[in-house]
Design a protein around this ligand. Structure first.
Ligand code: KIV
Ligand code: ZN
Length: 390
């Protein structure tokens, strides 16, 4: 198989600023993009897809400025399969320490109908455009858009052409989130086996989440030999979004026993960038979103709170601090038990004996029945009432 000498290393390609920003309503300002790009660079993202330079002057400026500021990450600009797009992308990324051009064309029958290109004409276009890009830059990514709905023989043919023309990364997009884990793995395995030269390039997986399988499909592709995952912070992206960076990275870390791959991501920066992307894109993270949702590390039921207080591993498969959260949060409500109430009150400065706790627990249950969540201020007020009654 492929790629680097490091067989277990998976490159993280973040496209929050390109595919993520394409989400209707997620537009970011130039300064917001620069800030997010800096955070991505600092957290160890290997490749940042900074935008689509021909799309607008604003996109061009953002990609150029991100290219100029990047310290370590490769900076990538997107281009359709024509010389004007490719030249514009190159102009935007050329000043990066490590530039990349990413060029694509829809290869499935549906896309060939739209572009009105025959299989042969499209093959020729791919040869011309990838060769042109390679004459400008030695780091070229090529994507057959809608690859998961492209005939296998034709997909093998065009991937081979792109490799021969100089592509260094071949990205396999599941553009409409249509594939499933086994199929995603089989597709990568098939390409690695059938395409001459496949072992000279990196294969990437780029999944959308229309059926909720983007994370599973990306990881399945890695198990079959892909060594680059394309993803966005919080899974931001058109329709149901893209593969979420935090999910694939934490999955490979937490289940390294069965997915023995590593990334260079500093996971303690995950929470901070998740909050920032939510703020600047205006796309709030759902409460129960894996890894970064407000409730992902919250425990309310008495049994869970008790378990977490005794040994966090009972109900937590990762430590909150691994993603940059400082503590496990116990949220008190009607399902909470005495141990959690005692621990919470201790945090708030109230050390209770057993008898006192018994009395306070009755008051707490009555309060919790009236309120969905019992906040610290409610507890403090309750303790004041309890002191004045006794
Ligand atoms: O989903 C997709 O096919 C894309 C391509 C431009 C790679 O985002
Ligand atoms: Zn996409």
């Amino acid at each position: 198989m492929t790629q680097n000498s490091e067989q277990d290393r998976v490159l993280i390609f973040d496209t929050t600023l390109r595919d993520g920003e394409q989400s209707p309503g997620a537009t970011m300002t130039l300064s917001e993009k620069l800030e997010i790009a800096e955070m991505l660079d600092e957290m160890g993202v290997d490749i940042i897809e900074a935008g689509f330079p021909i799309a607008s002057d604003g996109d061009f400026e953002a990609v150029s400025k991100i290219a100029a500021q990047a310290k370590i990450s490769v900076i990538c600009g997107l281009a359709r399969a024509n010389f004007a797009d490719i030249d514009r992308a190159w102009d935007a990324v050329r000043h990066a320490k490590r530039p990349r051009i990413h060029t694509f064309i829809g290869t499935s029958p549906l896309h060939r109908d739209i572009t009105k290109l025959s299989q042969d004409e499209m093959a020729e276009r791919i040869h011309q455009t990838v060769s042109h890009a390679r004459n400008l830059c030695d780091n070229i990514q090529w994507s057959p858009m809608d690859a998961t709905r492209t005939e296998h023989d034709y997909l093998c043919r065009v991937v081979e052409i792109a490799i021969k023309a100089g592509a260094t990364t071949i990205n396999i997009p599941d553009t409409v989130g249509y594939t499933a884990p086994r199929e995603s793995a089989d597709l990568i395995a098939m390409l690695l086996e059938r395409v001459p030269g496949a072992d000279e390039v990196i294969f990437a997986t780029h999944c959308h989440n229309d059926l909720g399988m983007a994370t599973a499909n990306s990881l399945a592709a890695v198990e079959a030999g892909a060594r680059q995952i394309e993803c966005t912070i919080n899974g931001l992206g058109e329709r149901a979004g893209n593969t979420a960076l935090e999910e694939v990275v934490m999955a490979m870390r937490v289940r390294n026993d069965i997915m023995p791959y590593r990334t260079d991501i500093d996971t303690t920066k995950i929470m901070q960038i998740s909050r920032r992307v939510a703020a600047v894109s205006g796309f709030q993270v759902q409460y129960n979103k894996a890894i970064v949702g407000k409730n992902a590390f919250l425990h309310e039921s008495g049994i869970h709170q008790d378990g977490v207080l005794k040994n966090a591993a009972t109900f937590e498969i990762m430590r909150p601090e691994d993603i940059g959260l400082t503590t496990t949060n116990l949220v008190l409500g009607k399902h909470s038990g005495r141990a959690a109430l005692r621990a919470k009150l201790k945090d708030l400065g109230f050390e209770l004996g057993d008898n006192q706790l018994k009395d306070v627990f009755v008051r707490f249950k009555a309060l919790a029945d009236r309120k969905k969540e019992v906040y610290d201020d409610d507890l403090i007020a309750m303790m004041a009432d309890s002191a004045s009654d006794s």
